[in-house]
Design a protein around this ligand. Structure first.
Ligand code: HEM
Length: 497
């Protein structure tokens, strides 16, 4: 009997506490027009129309179907606005950035799973501003030049790992990105294999995935669920969260402790954490901000090279003509290699790493054209739709680096997000991506893998439907271009710091 009554009471409580006030308040604003969107039912809104995956494509279609730059989605009384055009994104996120820079409260990720320390989910306000200032100090275009020796070393290790176990390329990419962040943020030189800090970060990431499911989202829509004990049937996510929350904490605390110990023993190398600990600042700015996006971008690069051999060949010819095969590329070569630069830009546009960015929250009521946008709404920038607009990027689904060689098309910086929330790691990401891509192209040929009968295997060309849209696992062949480039890839580190 209890099993029937408790959920029924729960639903009633939810309606009374959350849905009814939403209905009552929108009633008084009845004459204020909301943007068009999918059909709505009383109380649940468009809940039953929500996409079941690849949300960015559905939102893009809704934009075309219902017209206009903005789409309104009502979920259980909460307003979500999807921004599908560059014009609206520019007007709202950039020109009116003081209103659009908050984050929705992600109860599951921040409170249940303990991801309250990362800038990504930090609400707009004084703490956010202090946080961003710190990021700027350590990740500005000039500051990132100081980390070039770290990036070179990690990319070189990647080249060696690709020679040894090419089939594990995704693992090597993760290791490379983790090594760069841990060295910059904490001065930690990660082990070549099975590094405990890299492993902790991986577990932390799985926790983000667990916190981004629909089950977890119920806690975001109804924070009252937080008060329900975890033993009650249906509150299972809370139990799962209790078992996972040690990983997000450990991601931050373990490397911080390692830095403290290294400083006490006088063997700490310079890092963001050691600089801040030296100034007795209790919080390290950069922390263990996990760089999953660069890993995803490099996976997309491997996919693009597997399916576009002629483009790979063109980039390699450019590298051979400019720097030959007796040394690896370096940043000084960047301006002499325009095609490689355009290829990196197209990797970031072709398959968007974070197709819907990270959601923003509107701080005060706003009006856009004829439409009213109430305070507290979630505002989603559909980066995918904007960077696949045919009018700006003709034939948008095709991988065409040359579109960025034509002077009329600018690189869409919004692949890194919007306004005051734009990715503070973008300069570091672009530096690592460029050197990673140029070095791999200089030394390896990437092509379709072949099965036991010698037939080419078509790579799976699809992605995960998450905040970060990783390509689904796919096979490819990674072979040294020649004996010369193989020696180059595995040679001892030759660069100066
Ligand atoms: C290809 C690589 C990357 C891509 C495509 C990317 C993309 C993004 C996007 C779309 C956002 C959300 C912006 C918004 O809310 O409008 C973001 C936020 C963020 N990114 Fe990146 N990112 C990348 C690499 C990095 C790296 C290397 C770091 C750290 C060193 C980093 C740290 C952050 C942080 C801390 C935020 C949160 C900013 C805030 O909430 O104010 N990202 N990134």
């Amino acid at each position: 009997m209890y099993s029937l009554t408790i959920p029924a009471l729960g639903v009633l409580a939810i309606i009374v506490l959350y849905v009814w006030p939403g209905v009552a308040s929108t009633g008084s604003k009845a004459r204020r027009k909301l943007p068009p969107g999918p059909p709505r039912l009383p109380f649940v809104g468009s809940l039953f129309h929500l996409p079941k995956g690849h949300d960015w494509l559905v939102y893009e279609q809704w934009g075309k179907k219902y017209g206009g730059d903005l789409v309104h989605i009502d979920v259980l009384g909460s307003n979500i606005f999807v921004v599908n055009s560059a014009k609206a994104a520019n007007e709202l996120f950039e020109k009116r950035s003081s209103k659009y820079s908050d984050r929705p409260s992600l109860t599951a990720l921040t409170q249940l799973l303990g991801f309250d320390w990362t800038l990504v989910f930090c609400p707009y306000g004084d703490r956010f501003r202090a946080f961003r200032k710190g990021f700027h100090t350590y990740l500005s275009p000039d500051a990132v030049k100081d980390y070039r020796h770290i990036e070179r070393k990690s990319i070189h290790r990647l080249l060696c790992n690709l020679a040894e176990k090419p089939e594990e390329f995704t693992g090597h990419l993760r290791h490379m990105a983790g090594a760069i962040i841990l060295a910059i943020a904490f001065g930690i030189d990660v082990k070549a294999e099975n590094d405990p800090h890299v492993e902790t970060a991986e577990k932390g990431l799985q926790t983000v995935t667990a916190g981004s499911t629909t089950r977890a989202a119920m806690y975001d829509f109804f924070p009252i669920l937080m008060r329900i004990p975890s033993w009650i049937p249906g509150a299972g996510f809370k139990k799962e969260a209790n078992s996972l929350r040690r990983f997000p904490r450990a991601m931050l605390e373990d490397p911080m402790q390692a830095t403290r110990e290294a400083m006490a023993e006088g063997r700490a190398t310079s890092s963001v954490a050691s600089a801040m600990l030296a100034k007795l600042e209790s919080q390290s700015t950069l922390k263990s901000e996990i760089d999953v996006e660069t890993v995803c971008a490099l996976q997309i690069f491997f996919l693009a090279m597997t399916t576009h051999p002629e483009i790979q060949r063109q980039a390699q010819s450019e590298i051979d003509a400019i720097i030959g095969q007796d040394r690896l590329p370096d940043w000084d070569d960047e301006t002499s290699l325009p095609y490689v630069g355009a290829l990196v830009k197209e990797v970031l546009r072709w398959r968007i790493v974070t197709p819907l960015g990270v959601y923003h929250r509107l701080i005060e009521d706003d009006v856009y054209g004829e439409y009213f946008l109430p305070a507290g709404s979630t505002v989603v920038g559909n980066i995918w739709a904007i960077t696949h607009d045919e009018a700006v990027y003709p034939d948008p689904m095709s991988f065409k680096p040359e579109r960025f060689l034509e002077s009329t098309v600018d690189f869409p910086e919004m692949v890194f997000g919007f306004g005051r929330r734009i990715c503070p790691g973008r300069h570091l990401a672009l530096e690592s991506l460029w050197l990673g891509v140029a070095s791999i192209l200089a030394t390896y040929d990437i092509s379709k893998a072949v099965d036991e009968n010698g037939r080419e295997i078509e790579p799976v060309d699809d992605c995960v439907s998450g905040i970060v849209a990783y390509p689904l696992p796919f096979k490819c062949s990674i072979q040294p271009r020649s004996a010369v480039t193989e020696r180059l890839a595995v040679a001892p580190l030759v660069w100066n710091n």
